[in-house]
Design a protein around this ligand. Structure first.
Ligand SMILES: [Zn+2]
Length: 194
C-alpha cells in the first residue's frame, strides 16, 4: 500500500468514527447554492466559504472554468437538486495562466511524464513516447483570473439551460490573504433578472 493510500484510509477511519448526525443529511444541498471553482490545492471552499457537509454543491476543475461539463453539473444542481444561487470563483496565481494549448500539446507529444517549469518556460524531462491526443482537447487556459471570471460568468449566464432568475456571482480568491474579491463586471453580467 502506498504511503498516501494508507494516510488517506487512516484519516477516513478517524472521520467516520465521529460521523454522527451526518448520516441523516438530505441529498439536495441544504443552503441551496453552488460554487464553481479551481482544483488548486490551496483552495478549500468548505473553509473559505464556510460550508459544512450537506450545505452546497462544489464543482471543481482546472481553473474553475465554465466548461460544458461544469455547466452539466450546474444544470443538474438547479434542475434536480434545487440550488438557486451560483458562484464562479477563480483565484490569483492560478496555474492555468502558466501555459497555453500549444505548450501543453507540445509537452504531451514528447512525454506523458511530469514536465518542469524554469526561467525559460516549460521543459520535458521525462521519457517518451508522448501522444498527440492533447491536440484535440481545449485546455481552457487563460491569461488572467479577472478576465476569466467575466468570460465564465457570461457563458453560464447566457447558456440556454440556465434560468435568468439565478444570480451568478463572480469572485477571485486571493491565495495570499484568503479573501474573496468581487469582480464587479462579472457580478453585473451574472445578475438575476425576473
Ligand atoms: Zn487554479
Amino acid at each position: 500500500m502506498s504511503k498516501i493510500l494508507s494516510e488517506v484510509l487512516d484519516a477516513n477511519a478517524v472521520y467516520a468514527e465521529s460521523f454522527g448526525d451526518k448520516a441523516n443529511l438530505a441529498l439536495p444541498p441544504a443552503r441551496q447554492f453552488a460554487i464553481l471553482t479551481c482544483m488548486d490545492a490551496r483552495l478549500d471552499p468548505a473553509k473559505y466559504a464556510g460550508l459544512s457537509e450537506g450545505d452546497a454543491h462544489v464543482i471543481r476543475n482546472a481553473g474553475g472554468r465554465a466548461s460544458d461539463d461544469a455547466i452539466r453539473s450546474l444544470v443538474i444542481s438547479h434542475k434536480l437538486l434545487g440550488t438557486q444561487e451560483w458562484f464562479v470563483i477563480h483565484h490569483t496565481d492560478c496555474g492555468m495562466a502558466l501555459f497555453t494549448d500549444d505548450i501543453i500539446r507540445g509537452l504531451l507529444r514528447k512525454s506523458l511524464d511530469t514536465a518542469e517549469i524554469g526561467a525559460e518556460g516549460w521543459k520535458d524531462v521525462g521519457h517518451g513516447p508522448g501522444a498527440t491526443e492533447g491536440d484535440f482537447i481545449d485546455w481552457l487556459t487563460f491569461p488572467d483570473e479577472t478576465s476569466s471570471v467575466i468570460v465564465d460568468v457570461a457563458r453560464v449566464r447566457n447558456h440556454p439551460l440556465v434560468p435568468s432568475y439565478i444570480p451568478i456571482h463572480g469572485y477571485v480568491y486571493d491565495v495570499k490573504s484568503g479573501r474573496l474579491i468581487e469582480v464587479p463586471e462579472a457580478t453585473k453580467i451574472g445578475a438575476a433578472s425576473p
